[in-house]
Design a protein around this ligand. Sequence first.
Ligand SMILES: Cc1cc2nc3c(=O)[nH]c(=O)nc-3n(C[C@H](O)[C@H](O)[C@H](O)COP(=O)(O)O)c2cc1C
Length: 197
Amino acid sequence: MNILQITSSLRGAESESTRVAASIVAKLVAANPGALVSTRDLARDPHPVLDEAALGALFTPADSRTPEQAARVALDDALIAQVQAADVVVIGAPMYNFGIPVQLKSWFDAIARAGVTFRYTETGPEGLLKNKKVFVATARGGIYPVEADPQVPFVRMLLNFLGMTDHTFVYSAAQAMGPEASANGRAEADATVAALA
Ligand SMILES: Cc1cc2nc3c(=O)[nH]c(=O)nc-3n(C[C@H](O)[C@H](O)[C@H](O)COP(=O)(O)O)c2cc1C
């Protein structure tokens, strides 16, 4: 089993989303001896944002790219290869300003490649990153009812679009609501992880 852990918190060892993601990975490894774990810490090793130059490189045919354009596309290629090789993807996703960190958005921008990780068919889009299990450990300062969660539907839509339809979200809520509430939020996340099959 190949496990890929994606980190996107800017809080290093203090990060709750990374703590929960790491506990999911530890549980997977314990249940699957010999599992290989690869990691990408997008805070320590950021992927460049999708900008005008990057888009120009992506839309230039491979044999016409400048060395700089080829190098930029190769950065995206490496992330695509890493996720393609994974059987399980564990994503740490802090909530920043009701969404995901720009570092994690850049990861999604990199791996969403038409014709490679998704394609359009006569019946609509088809995700090509199939047969993967995804866990998303999301930490947030507040508490959001499921029907009014501003972050999770977006992440779920991206995963589904790319074909990663088997996903489980683990919530660590109330991390900015004082020691007792944040401890309860962490305990709830730990209980969810403990109950994972
Ligand atoms: C830049 C920034 C923006 C944040 N925006 C939100 C927000 O919109 N809603 C919320 O509930 N918490 C917000 N928080 C609180 C974080 O979600 C919370 O601290 C969480 O634990 C971060 O995940 P981490 O511990 O993995 O870094 C924000 C924190 C930071 C640093």
